[in-house]
Design a protein around this ligand. Structure first.
Ligand code: SF4
Length: 1001
């Protein structure tokens, strides 16, 4: 249970009681400065550093990006710094270790990753052998090995696979005569502990760290034994916000042996009272009466990442326009990786300059992305998307249009297999793909990547003018990072021998760019929670306050589980990590105390598709420290449906116009006045009539084209009858998806093809015109062969699985259709199949098509005609690949034109007396429906009772369909497009409304 002490001194006394004899008998000179955020700890520490300049003090800061910043702060206090040095913990480790005997060169991060890969490849694993196949295994192992080294542990301290891997890794390091970064840290700590010459007494000042690794702690402890060490730590005993720091605080307090300065809170001296109140009350059990918020703390709730970032972007613009310097604004994100791309979109669109304080991976830059994609395709298991990701980029040197054409063709035929992709792409282009063959044939992967990188840069930027804009600078930084990496790989090969293509690819994908300064003048700073600790701003936005984002989920290492850590920690390895929730509580507290004027807390209240998201518990904690009425007052929301900006905050003219149109929906007079004042009247008028704009086609050229049409397809007329706007989009504009896939349309076409082949061959191969039960076996075998041929003729690269699935579903239906055909007692003989009418490809007597009047005719294709062998009579049949067939009533009410019109074709063009027309579903119960002449019921038995129509009804329905077809053709010729869904209402499933511009509720 947490013991609560009012002061750190008292806590120290308790620690001393618990641990018995202190390490240095209370005589060590470490001084601890503690206190809450903004209590002046760092200022005090810096002041002491300056006071001891003549003794060449060392100041330890948390990150490299802090070095320059602190130097500037010190120079503001004293015009010249004629002594002392500033660096990170790693700088100290390096300085100490390098000055000792037996110092070894250091492996770079990439070289270390290669060494870990080599160790895994050479190890025979027991429990971990299954996981070793996965990509993340090497990364996790590298991390675990680093922790073991930092924990000053040896392979002998461990058992099992991890112990053997650690031993193998250390043996390799010894064999190569190298250290890695963690081993260097360890050696430095050990040297300070054992070698008197390792430190000559310069005072040490340190701030900005909370969790100390074993090596850091050993270094600090050893330094404290021989020099004056002053450490600043944000800490208040007993406060839940600092719970994760309890161990560090108590250990430092023990080392300080009472030399502890506890500073009182002073945030109120530099910040708004509401911010100071938040600092005192956040996660505290006792909360004083809240002051007026006064806008110093604000809450933003946006729907989706876009909505949340639009709120932030709008506010940023307002702040910058009001005179706040961009660099005085900080955006704090729980994770830089997760937010990098949405921020790029949101802030980039608004033209807000920003800089990210953190690491960026090479593969996240456009240059690195294109390069890694091509390497994956050439050397690993890359996909078509990887290849075209590279080809479409400016780095390939190809024209974007040409690449799109080739990719469209390949996608249209679902060509996916890498070898087929290359074969088809090169065939279509008529020339080899750039760089690919060179990469594949290269003997030396390092040289190949270097040549590729140079070629890519030349293709994108040429050799004429220096790349000078922002994206070009990023390309150059990426190229520089790659060149650095390739140099490291070359040195590795000289040192360690062979280097595979996979090794090169793995390191390219993990390489990072040199960090940028996150505090550039004129740019908003984007920092993660960890880096935010040492920064101060006038205004701070804390993003990601949703459940699951903050507190973040803890990631445990597969190699070092909690029990193992605990056991090793008891031996002094300091491997136990604070509870992740407590850790994030502290980091969030720190982020909330970075602003002196205003703090914004931002959360997504819904996902991008509208599902609600719970707020982070931290969000609730902040709201709980203020008056609920004030919280309501300072909360702003942006709904998913908010597609426009407020008029006065819209960042671009286009957005201002959109906002004006939205305003006009409710306040037309105000909108018109604004439009007049800005010269936007015409544009507003156009926006206002958008939904009422006539749908009839008016362009003379289009009308001329439509009016000159003489043939109309029957399925086209049916679509027009469904809704003329749907016809316009579907059949006239005719957008298509690029990717070929095994969909219902393809299935239907293969089924039709197989049936056509089957019935055409029955007379020749089975020697009969009409199938009977005795033909079932032979007929089934024939159908099997026909289906195989039909599937073989599909012009699309199907995977084995897709082909198998297509075959199985069709075979089930077609086999049943054959059986049904053999069992049928109908006296008619299937005689003609896929009968085209209208158009040049039809038989001569059918080419003129069915007359629709006014010089127009109908075209189409009848699936099957069954003929009475004893008379010029027959029926038409239309196969449906689904389960449903239209009854006689539905044919009339739903304006299904095919069957009635096909019967007219039978009569007027083929010269047969129509007895009926039927839809034949291939799936489900396969019950044929349609219209049949009741007078012929004896010859055509077995259909649904309601589908038998008397002569008047039968011919009446056929004639009405004919008239309807003529009228629809006339409307098409006139360009008479309307919003006229059949039945009056747009069906819920129609997704064309954004294109046909129907207002939806
Ligand atoms: S949304 Fe309505 S008007 Fe538009 S195409 Fe669909 S059915 Fe026709």
């Amino acid at each position: 249970m947490l013991r609560v002490f009012r002061t750190l001194r008292r806590a120290y006394e308790h620690v001393r009681e618990d641990v018995g004899t202190p390490l240095y008998d209370g005589a060590v000179p470490l001084r601890l400065i503690a206190g809450p955020a903004n209590a002046g700890k760092v200022e005090l520490l810096l002041g002491r550093y300056l006071d001891s300049l003549e003794r060449e003090p060392l100041l330890i800061v948390p990150n490299r990006s802090d070095v320059d910043r602190v130097e500037r702060e010190l120079l503001a206090l004293r015009p010249a710094l004629l002594g002392g040095s500033i660096g990170t913990f790693d700088d100290v480790f390096e300085r100490v270790a390098r000055a000792g005997e037996g110092a070894r060169p250091l492996l770079s991060t990439a070289q270390r990753a290669l060494l870990v890969r080599r160790v895994i490849a050479g190890a025979s694993l027991d429990g971990l052998s299954a996981s070793a196949r996965f990509g993340g295994f090497a990364e996790s192992l590298q991390q675990a090995l680093g922790e073991l080294e930092s924990g000053l542990l040896d392979p002998a301290d461990l058992d099992g696979d991890l112990g053997s891997l650690y031993a193998a890794y250390r043996d390799e390091l010894d064999r190569l005569g190298r250290w890695d970064r963690d081993l260097l840290r360890r050696r430095a700590a050990e040297r300070v502990q054992s070698d008197l010459s390792a430190w000559s007494g310069e005072p040490v000042f340190a701030y900005g760290f909370e969790d100390l690794t074993g090596a850091e702690w050993a270094l600090l402890e050893a330094l404290a034994a021989r020099a004056e060490v002053t450490v600043s730590l944000p800490y208040e005993p007993g406060r839940p916000a600092f719970a994760s720091l309890q161990r560090t605080a108590e250990d430092l307090a023990r080392l300080a042996a009472g030399a502890i300065e506890e500073l009182p809170p002073r945030y109120g001296e530099i910040a708004h009272p509401a911010l100071a109140h938040l600092e005192r009350s956040l996660f505290a059990d006792e909360r004083p009466e809240p002051p007026a918020v006064d806008g110093a703390v604000r809450f933003f709730e946006g729907a989706g990442t876009r909505g949340a970032l639009e709120l932030v972007g709008e506010e940023l613009l307002a702040l910058i326009r009001a005179g706040v310097a961009p660099e005085a604004i900080g955006l704090v994100c729980p994770s830089g990786e997760r937010w990098r791309s949405p921020l790029e979109t949101a802030l980039g669109t608004l033209g807000i300059p920003y800089s990210v304080d953190g690491d960026a991976r090479l593969a996240q830059t456009p240059f690195g992305q294109a390069l890694a994609a091509l390497l994956r395709f050439a050397w690993a298991d890359g996909t078509r998307a990887d290849l075209f990701g590279y080809l479409r980029s400016p780095f390939s040197g190809l024209e974007r249009r040409a690449v799109d054409f080739v990719e469209g063709r390949l996608r249209g035929r679902a060509v996916q297999q890498p070898e087929r992709v290359v074969e088809e792409a090169e065939r279509l282009r008529g020339t080899p793909l750039p760089a690919l063959a060179d990469l594949r044939e290269a003997d030396d992967p390092i040289v190949a990547v270097r040549e590729l990188a140079d070629r890519m840069l030349r293709s994108a930027h040429g050799l004429e003018a220096p790349p000078a804009d922002e994206p070009s600078r990023l390309d150059l930084r990426a190229h520089e990072a790659l060149t650095r990496l390739l140099g490291e790989l070359s040195r590795w090969r000289t040192l360690a021998g062979e280097l595979s293509r996979e090794d090169v690819l793995a390191t390219v994908e993990r390489q990072t760019l040199r960090p940028q300064r996150g505090d550039e003048p004129g740019r908003v700073a984007v920092v993660d929670l960890l880096r935010a600790r040492t920064r101060r701003f006038d205004v701070v936005f804390v993003l990601g306050l949703e459940e699951g984002s903050l507190p973040r989920r803890g990631h445990s290492s597969p190699f070092l589980e909690d029990d193992a850590r605990r056991a090793l920690d008891e031996r002094g390895a300091r491997l136990l990590r604070p509870d992740p929730v407590a850790r994030d509580r502290y980091l969030f507290y720190t982020a909330c105390t970075r602003a002196s004027q205003r703090l914004y807390l931002v959360r997504e209240a819904a996902t991008d598709d509208g599902s609600p998201r719970e707020a982070s518990p931290f969000w609730d904690e902040v709201q709980a420290v203020f008056d609920p009425e004030e919280v309501r007052r300072w909360t702003r929301r942006r709904a998913l449906s908010a597609l426009t900006w407020p008029l006065d905050g819209a960042p671009t003219e286009r957005e201002r116009l959109r906002a004006l149109a939205a305003l006009a929906a409710d306040e037309q007079e105000a909108a018109r006045a604004l439009a007049r004042a800005n010269g936007w009247e015409r544009r507003l008028d156009r926006a206002l009539v958008a939904f009422r704009r006539p749908t009839r086609i008016t362009h003379p050229l289009v009308l001329e084209q439509l009016g000159s049409r003489t043939t109309f397809n029957v399925t086209e007329l049916e679509r027009f009858a469904d809704c003329s706007s749907a016809w316009f989009v579907d059949r006239f504009v005719s957008p298509r998806t690029i990717d070929a896939e095994v969909d219902a349309k393809l299935r239907g076409s293969v089924a039709h093809n197989a049936l056509y082949k089957f019935f055409s061959r029955v007379p020749a191969e089975l020697g009969v015109e009409r199938l009977e039960p005795s033909h079932c076996g032979a007929a089934t075998r024939l159908m099997r062969a026909c289906l195989d041929e039909a599937i073989g003729g599909v012009r699309m690269d199907m995977t084995e699985m897709q082909a198998h699935e297509l075959d199985q579903t069709l075979w089930r239906d077609l086999e049943a259709a054959v059986q049904e055909e053999c069992d049928s007692e109908l006296p008619l003989v299937p005689r003609r199949f896929e009968v085209l009418f209208g158009g040049e490809r039809a038989a001569p007597e059918l080419q003129r098509g069915l007359d629709l009047g006014s010089g127009r005719s109908l075209t189409g294709k009848i699936d099957r005609i069954d003929v009475d062998p004893f008379g010029a009579r027959g029926i038409v049949q239309d196969y449906k690949s689904g389960k449903h067939a239209h009854s006689a009533r539905e044919i009339e009410s739903e304006l299904r034109l095919q069957i009635p019109l096909y019967m007219l074709v039978l009569r007027d063009l083929v010269g047969l007396e129509p007895l009926g027309g039927l839809y034949r579903p291939l799936a489900g119960e396969r019950k044929a429906r349609g219209i049949v002449r009741a007078a012929e019921a004896e010859a055509l038995p077995g259909y649904a009772r309601n589908d038998y129509l008397d002569e008047e009804q039968f011919w009446g329905q056929v004639e009405r369909a004919h008239e309807t077809a003529g009228a629809l053709a006339q409307r098409i010729a006139d360009g008479d497009v309307r919003h006229d869904p059949k039945g009056g209402d747009c069906p819920a499933w129609c997704d064309l409304w954004p294109m046909c511009r129907v207002e939806r509720p």
